[in-house]
Design a protein around this ligand. Structure first.
Ligand code: C2E
Ligand code: MG
Ligand code: MG
Length: 401
């Protein structure tokens, strides 16, 4: 865990930060005294003296603008230093609109302060950034309204991409991928999932994804058993956002969706990204255990793009590891990518997990992955994600790869 909050002592006369510096910390004064000053032509003007119990440096922490004053310890001074990230991460991830509003208020304040102190602007021009922030806030409000409207109008639908057994060459399951049908085309989830997460709408979208996917699974199951009577029924994999798992009540709700669908839990898989699990591994482990208790399957998505701690990895009740596309794409270009894929396959084997390689676009990649011991693969080479009706048509052709 990074040290977000720590104590520090500055000696009398020592500069804590200087005008123009980037603001990485805010400070609470535990004991001692500091002087806040700004240069004015040749002179230094002291604008404030602060003592125990007071806070300084908090403004730059919010907007990341350069420091608008210099702060110096007058006597030996003990401070509590709070890192910017301690404050900024929760603020942005919880509600970016709040963050934007806070920054507008701050930008106005800075500009008024500058006028009062006779400075035309801070070193990097706050007036301009006020404009930028306003434009950003405006854009955000529009996108959020559009997302809400789309949700109300039923514009979100699921597409499905086959996941293929590299041993047998047949379809083993599907991944459900969300699409936003808008203006005659489809908007990619990379363009709307972050906003849905930032606004909390992902909760509703996530329920929708699970319900639709389980509905589709039933239809696929019927066609599949006709086309491949000897094969096990295909699993359905659904992506889950961290926000859905943050609240244990939401997990209960997801559980009830699975139960009500009548699906065999052993054919339902939830995919959670690696970065998400590592953000708060203890909470993730707890949430995953609750899900696992339902008898469903769990996968770690985009493996290799986050920073997995191996000591945590084996504590998660995971069934499947999905190797990120970036390794598969580079396999034929770089030996190291192949070696990484081989190592990940061995790691998965040691942890008794099966492995799915993402983003197979060429036959040679599929052949190489087979040889490296990957059990499953998905990618445009086999099939692109598509609407449920087209999946059924595909199953009826009894494809193998
Ligand atoms: P992901 O879960 O890693 O999904 C795999 C992505 O790789 C999909 O992108 C898929 O279309 C794409 N892909 C598959 N094969 C190939 C290939 O051969 N080449 C290339 N270039 N790409 C391939 P997509 O559908 O745009 O989804 C992007 C991400 O959005 C997903 O990554 C997932 O993190 C997120 N996402 C999608 N649907 C949902 C959802 O219902 N809920 C949540 N929380 N996230 C979702
Ligand atoms: Mg996925
Ligand atoms: Mg992935």
């Amino acid at each position: 865990m990074p040290e977000f909050i720590s104590s520090r002592t500055f000696s009398a006369g020592e500069e804590i930060f200087r005008i123009g510096d980037r603001g990485r910390h805010a400070y609470f004064i535990e004991s001692g005294e500091v002087e806040v000053s700004i240069p004015n032509n040749e002179e230094i003007i002291v604008i404030a003296e602060l003592g125990a119990g007071e806070i300084f440096g908090e403004m730059s922490m919010i907007d990341d603008a350069p420091r608008s004053a210099t702060v110096t310890a007058k006597v030996d001074t003990e401070v509590i230093e709070i890192q910017r990230s301690r404050f900024i991460q929760p603020l942005r991830s919880q509600d970016p609109m709040m963050d934007l509003l806070l920054r507008i208020v701050l930008a106005r304040f800075r500009s008024a302060q500058n006028q009062l102190s006779g400075m035309r602007s801070t070193p990097d021009g706050v007036d301009l950034s006020l404009e930028k922030i306003r434009a950003l806030a405006f854009e955000r409000i529009h996108s959020e309204r559009d997302l809400r409207r789309g949700l109300g109008a039923g514009e979100f639908e699921m597409h499905y991409q086959p996941i293929v057994s590299l041993d047998g060459g047949h379809i083993a399951g599907f991944e459900a991928l969300m699409r936003w049908k808008k203006d005659g085309g489809y908007v990619s989830p990379v363009d709307f999932i972050p906003l849905a997460e930032a606004t909390g709408l992902i909760i509703e979208l996530g329920r929708l994804a699970l319900e639709d996917a389980l509905q589709a699974q039933k239809r696929f199951f019927d066609s599949f058993t006709k086309a491949f009577p000897d094969l096990p029924p295909p699993f359905m994999s659904v992506n889950v956002s961290g926000l859905q798992l943050a609240d244990l009540d939401e997990i209960v709700l997801l559980a009830s969706i699975i139960k009500q669908s009548g699906a065999d839990p052993a054919t339902v898989k939830l995919e959670i990204t690696e970065s998400l699990m590592m953000e708060d591994p203890d909470h993730a482990a707890n949430a995953l255990k609750k899900l696992k208790a339902l008898g469903i399957l769990l996968a770690i998505d985009d493996f290799g793009t986050g920073y997995s701690s191996l000591s945590y990895l084996h504590q998660f009740p995971l069934d499947t590891l999905k190797i990120d596309r970036s390794f598969v794409v580079n396999m034929d270009k770089s030996d190291s990518s192949s070696r990484i894929v081989r190592s990940i396959a061995q790691l998965a084997l040691a942890l008794e997990m099966d492995i799915i390689a993402e983003g197979i676009e060429e036959k040679t990649q599929m052949d190489d992955l087979r040889e490296l011991g990957c059990q499953y693969g998905q990618g445009y080479y086999m099939s692109r994600p598509m609407p449920a009706d087209q999946v059924i048509e595909l199953i009826d052709t009894r494809p193998t790869w």
